[in-house]
Design a protein around this ligand. Sequence first.
Ligand SMILES: [Mn+2]
Length: 267
Amino acid sequence: MRLSFAISLSPTKFSAISSDNWKKSLTLMKKLGFAGVELGIRDPLAVDSTDLQLTLRKNDLQLVAIGTGQAYVDEGLSLSDPNPGIRKKAVSRMKKQVDLAAQFKCYVIIGLIRGTLAGAAAERKRRINSLAGKMQELSAYAKRKKVKLLIEPLNRYETNIMNTAAETVAFIKRHKLDNCYLLLDTFHMNIEEKDLFKTVSLFGSRVGHIHIADSNRLYPGAGHLDFIKIMKAIKKTGYKGYLSGEYQPLPDAQTAMKKYINYMRGV
Ligand SMILES: [Mn+2]
């Protein structure tokens, strides 16, 4: 399993990743020995992909995945918004993310961009069905571009749509989203899963990517998660992908990144 780290390409309100100068971060990542990087991107049209390609190559880093939640946090776009105009904007933004991902052969993550549901049960059901339709459209679009989508179960304080791995896999199966895979995040799992280790072994074959953060959303070792046991469970599934550090850049972004690589090499 290779190590990557999640950073933002531009300033964002999303607190779980660093928005320090991305080129400086990539230089440090190369120095520390990371194999890949995960980039939070608000608007892919604002990205100079040639410059990005050259900078990645210079630092021997692979772009592993694109995080898309900033369009929700910073602009209020969501795939399940009651307003059809906003839903449409969210879909077209996500298609642009897929176009960018196609150039780098990386994943696109569906996290906060799915939004959250309010209102009565009937209204929620309508919006879930509408979300499923949008997901089918995106999944098919991405498949044509040979890009895989990742759906990340998120904890209940951030959304009420797909909190657990079981709910997420059920959603994928029910709506025949055969181009969508599971992104497991140890921070969210610690809040939502009855048994984190069992979840890993149960859904391992469906996992495309993994986020690592401790119980308090800080660097691993700062909280109370048992990463030795977690790594054993992941290894057992035959997972060959990346382990991406994704958590609050504290006490500062550089220290948080150094702590990650040191700790993960230890476990
Ligand atoms: Mn995550």
